[in-house]
Write a protein that binds this ligand. Sequence first.
Ligand SMILES: [Zn+2]
Length: 309
Amino acid sequence: MTPEREIYLKMVSRGENKYYLVFDIGGTNTKCGLFNSSGDLVSANESSTPQSYDELVGFIINKCAEYKTNQVSIGLPGTVNYGDGKIIYAPNLTYLSGKRIVSDLSNEKIVACIENDANLAALGEYYFSDIKYDSIVLVTLGTGVGGGYIVNGNVYKGQLSVFEIGHMTIHTDGKQCGCGKRGCFEAYCSKTGLENIYYDLSNNRVSINEILKLIDKKDSLAGVAMNVFSKYLGIGLSNIVNLLIPDVIVIGGGLSELSSYYFKNTIKVFSKNLFNPYKNSTRLIVSKLKNKAALYGGFYLLRQNNGQI
Ligand SMILES: [Zn+2]
């Protein structure tokens, strides 16, 4: 029996059978969270993201059957069209591009709401951490780089999901990005970005965990790679302030947990590149919800869509 199933059965035995199923589909891993009606994340698990669209849909259908629910919230690493529910583009999970997961799940009698994963993470930080600000920007550093902008409690959006900051150009003719452009923020400040920076310096293809071990051993090239990463991160974050002056920028995603390796230099570069009148206007912090922020945001979206908020 899976841990969530065990918790679910205990909830049912206590008469607390109101629960919510939330998915956070990433480029590498997919998280599935179970919330009770009080907003407690009673269980969360993580597994490799299914390898095809049909497998992904099957995965969601099976989880719905397991928990006897037909309402889910789904966070996706892509651009969403809110009008027709189509996923326009997902550079780090290409099989999602052009798909209409809401209507495909609807054919299976599942009511799904979808949102860009970084927007959900921003909603999660806004409503479930101790942040008390009017405007926040959440930047997720993971397989790619995503962003969400919350103003007065709402996701800033248009017909499409917006704030694709991972693809703002940060280096003219710079490194190749998965989106087809060169020099994107994501090409430097993501997991693969850091691995590519190290590869270009050393001609040695290693994982991010190996790079961290090398830094711990005072390897100079690995240290230079992290320095480049932290510099571009500081520049990218200062660009956001110069455009929007949010009250706070929260760094989230898997790489936020490695902030001890880069945060000091990032703050230094960030502060130096702020437009003069905006200095001291925006706080830069690391997420407290860490990689569960998008699950909390998904729970909020589901309750909102159900008219419960
Ligand atoms: Zn790009």
